[in-house]
Design a protein around this ligand. Structure first.
Ligand SMILES: [Zn+2]
Length: 99
């Protein structure tokens, strides 16, 4: 229990996010580097590997909400990409739609 709570408070790490998206990556080179990053940590990759990885997953990375500019956490990232806006903007939008 304690560990789960700790993880929740710390938020999702980049490596945890990589585990989520690796199944969507079909390029074997990029996939290999992602698995290496999950294994060793992104910071332990070579500069070249970090560069290839970041380029390879750029479709899955959104650093801020395109609508309001708020910083996006990794746990909210795929939803933000799907919706094209952050959770707050999305719920605001849904409230408008419902009216
Ligand atoms: Zn937003």
């Amino acid at each position: 229990m304690g560990r789960a709570k700790e993880m929740l408070e710390a938020g999702m790490t980049f490596e945890e996010y990589l585990k989520d998206i690796v199944e969507n990556i079909y390029d074997s080179t990029i996939e290999g580097i992602i698995k290496l990053a999950i294994d060793k940590g992104f910071d332990n990759l070579s500069e070249k590997q970090q560069f290839i990885l970041k380029n390879g997953i750029s479709d899955y990375i959104v650093e801020e909400c395109p609508n309001c500019g708020i910083k996006i956490n990794y746990e909210d990232m795929d939803e933000t990409i799907n919706n094209g806006r952050c959770y707050d903007c999305q719920s605001h939008w849904e409230r408008i739609e419902a009216e």
